[in-house]
Design a protein around this ligand. Structure first.
Ligand code: ADP
Ligand code: 5GP
Length: 207
């Protein structure tokens, strides 16, 4: 990753742990942009096509797979979800940070395609609290809530593949921690440090 490119952040964690809520706070900073995924899941009440997701048919999703349009995609809770590649690349090139709210299968695919991505795992304070949040959100039927809870521990098993973890107990504290991780990553010496060295060499030569 070159000096002036944006950073790619992957946010994962069990459904209901607060990823969307945390992302909404992070996205108040205009340097951070959300990658809108494509999904075959039906929209929830209040969700807008192109804002939360691009809601598409199974056929349209498969067509996008065939065209190689995804940075990653996976089947999550019986539906396809995928990250459109072009938008992510374009925004990084423009120097913006890009935030992906994706599951662990997707997170691992991104890590292998773009090893410079920073992976952050959001944990609930407990499974009991996770259940309260999922039920409290009221967006899924009780069947779907049970499916999502059943998958939670399986997802947590992948935490070792991630770079950071944040326990979302107090929301403000969790958001502050994610922001400080992002700020620290902005100052990480890039793998390819040549652009930085060139800058000082040029100055030394008076160019
Ligand atoms: P996810 O995107 O991980 O599925 P959401 O962001 O939709 O989760 O959060 C699930 C529910 O939990 C929402 O109703 C949200 O308002 C609530 N929530 C999120 N963070 C907290 C927190 N720190 N404390 C209490 N409730 C929270
Ligand atoms: P939800 O249906 O609650 O919006 O999302 C369900 C799960 O799918 C969440 O864990 C969310 O992070 C994940 N998800 C959303 N978009 C994508 C995506 O583009 N790719 C992958 N792999 N997972 C996604």
């Amino acid at each position: 990753m070159s000096h002036n490119k944006g950073r790619l952040f992957v946010i994962s964690g069990p459904s209901g742990t607060g990823k969307g809520t945390i992302c909404a706070e992070i996205l108040k900073d205009i340097n951070n942009e959300f990658s809108v995924s494509m999904t075959t899941r039906a929209p929830r009440e209040g969700e807008v096509h192109g804002r939360e997701y691009y809601f598409v048919s199974h056929e349209e999703f498969v067509l996008n797979i065939e065209k190689g349009n995804f940075l990653e995609y996976a089947t999550v809770f019986d539906n396809y979800y995928g990250t459109p590649k072009d938008m992510v690349i374009k925004r990084l090139e423009k120097g913006r940070n890009v935030i992906l709210d994706i599951d662990v299968q997707g997170g691992l695919q991104v890590k292998s395609a773009m090893p410079e991505a920073v992976l952050i795992f959001i944990l609930p304070p407990s499974l009991a609290e996770l259940r309260r949040r999922l039920e409290g959100r009221g967006t899924e039927t009780s069947d779907v809530v049970e499916k999502r809870l059943a998958k939670a521990v399986n997802e947590i098993r992948f935490i070792g593949e991630y770079d950071y973890y944040v326990v979302n107990d107090d929301l403000g504290a969790a958001v502050d921690l994610v922001k400080s991780i992002m700020a620290s990553e902005a100052s990480r010496v890039p793998e390819k440090v040549l652009p930085i060295i060139r800058k000082y060499e040029k100055e030394q030569k008076g160019e």
